[in-house]
Design a protein around this ligand. Structure first.
Ligand code: F6R
Length: 368
């Protein structure tokens, strides 16, 4: 049931604080240490791993891109991410010391399943992050970490994306804990911060009125660009995907540093550009993206800026400023994605589209 909402998607966006909390539940011990026994991988096996490969499609792939930053930083392991549909058509170098992580909400995406089978044939250890109990992928993998988002009915992934992020953070921090990487104190602090994320997500949801208004005002535009850096780059890709699938509009996400290598030619008078700004603590990245915002605005772009609260440096260059709670950079996708979900949902609704059942799409894609 839609619980009083017009669409399942709206209900599922609203459920995100609970979904994030449930996915953390029981995984952080009283002593602040993580336990993920359900993954069926021993500490000894985790110490043997020398590379991580992530495979997924669509929104789950974006969670994988964010996982790469978390795994490389906290766990100190090389990590590759690839769309599942391409993975087995090259010659991926895998062996028993490779940990493959398949991310799939449904556990049924055929592209991801075929990639899992391919990885297992190469003797890699394969783990999956999945939201559906008893689906195919958890049965075919060596271990599974379930996200506890609850059933997602809307075709567009929303709450399951946030819980996938929680799952990948847990895995990255757990590997760091087991392998004792140099970031011991930071890992402990991050686990504590992760536990506070449901409140931050709630806080973002309570400030979405202006985002809805903005979305309605843009219902007639032809195209929207999304820019980000670091983990804000996959967030930009996710924002663009949501807008394509729900509003049937041209939307593209770019790494902001790539602008000058081509995409800046797209900027014209009135083009809406949504920019995800890294926290001020990442001063170099932060300042670079602020100059990108100045550059595109000077060329006529209408700048819609998502930045942490209190970041006054962006105020002079933002046509619309959307503030999100201050959190560490790696965790920022948990708060920065929400305005993009709300934006697409509202814009698509303003165009009269059924956001639960976008044209040409199915909730789980069981063909290759
Ligand atoms: C986007 C969306 C799709 C899925 C993709 C993978 O909103 O829902 O892009 O993310 O089809 O599906 P799963 O995660 O079930 O493997």
């Amino acid at each position: 049931e839609k619980g009083g909402y017009d669409y399942f998607m709206l209900k599922e966006i609203a459920e995100q604080p609970r979904a994030v909390a449930d996915t953390l539940l029981g995984r952080i011990g009283r002593d602040g240490r993580l336990s993920l026994d359900e993954m069926h991988i021993t500490d000894a096996q985790l110490r043997e791993i020398d590379k991580i490969v992530i495979i997924a499609c669509g929104t789950s792939y974006h969670a994988g891109l964010i996982a790469k930053y978390a795994i490389e930083h906290w766990a100190g392991l090389p990590c590759e991410v690839e769309v599942a549909s391409e993975f087995r058509y090259r010659d991926p170098i895998l062996n028993s010391r490779t940990l493959v992580i398949a991310i799939s909400q449904s556990g049924e995406s055929m592209d991801t399943l075929m990639a899992v089978r391919h990885a297992r044939e190469q003797r890699a250890r394969v783990l999956c992050i999945c939201n559906v109990n008893g689906s195919t992928m958890p049965r075919e993998c060596d271990g599974v970490l379930y996200t506890h988002a609850g059933p997602e009915v809307g075709v567009a992934a929303t709450k399951t994306f946030l819980t996938q992020l929680v799952a990948v953070y847990l895995i990255a921090l757990y590997i760091a804990q087991v392998r004792g990487t140099k970031w011991g104190d930071e890992v402990f602090a991050m686990v504590q911060l992760l536990a506070t994320m449901p409140e931050k997500v709630e806080q973002v949801l309570s400030t979405m009125g202006p985002v809805r208004e903005l979305a309605r005002s843009l219902a007639d535009v032809k195209s929207v660009l999304f820019l980000g850096r670091h983990v804000g780059f996959p967030v930009a890709l996710e924002g663009a995907l949501k807008l394509k699938e729900l509003a049937y509009m041209h939307a593209e996400g770019f790494a902001a540093g790539e602008l000058k290598h081509g995409p800046i030619a797209l900027i014209e008078e009135g083009l809406p550009v949504i920019v995800v700004v890294p926290p001020r603590a990442r001063d170099v990245l932060h300042d670079k993206i602020v100059s990108n915002i100045q550059e595109i605005r000077a060329r006529g772009a209408r700048t819609i800026v998502i930045a942490e609260e209190g970041d006054t440096s962006v105020v002079p260059y933002s046509d619309t400023l959307i503030e999100v709670p201050a959190v560490p950079t790696l965790l920022q996708p948990l708060v920065a994605t929400i305005p993009l979900q709300v934006f697409s949902c509202e814009l698509a609704t303003a165009k009269g589209h059924d956001v639960d059942q976008p044209r040409n799409l199915a909730k789980s894609v069981t063909v290759e």
